[in-house]
Design a protein. Sequence first.
Length: 154
Amino acid sequence: MDANVKTEKYLQNILEKTYDAQRGYSNAAEATEHVQLKRWFANQGAKRTKYAASIAGEMKGMNEHPEFDGSFTGDMHRGWMNIKAALSSNKDETILEECLRGEKAAIDEYDLVLEHRDELPQTIVSILESQKQEIKATVSKIKRLEDVADHLDD
């Protein structure tokens, strides 16, 4: 497989997951009743929009053609998150659990792509490493939010 085709495939996979995360955070912001969580979810969605723009910009700079859509798997995950939240006694904790699961999947996707760092331009490797570190920080934040979510409905 041509190196450019492989690079485009790797970046498209990350881009797809990024759009999934953006939509997931948008859904989470709509689902919660708590203003602070709503704001935090919206901010996370905005971050993912910036991540996607950065990746798409790099792809365009390489004369690649980014696809601006998420995945069927992401659609299913968001649907499952909505069902679980609707049935849960603590909707916010359930939403946070699903966000955590999605972020861990995103880190796995970044790791898979970064295994091929030798085939990627260094600028893209730097962008992906930076985004991955931010997502790891988000995972830590979600874990802390889960700890307090038990008390949000008190």
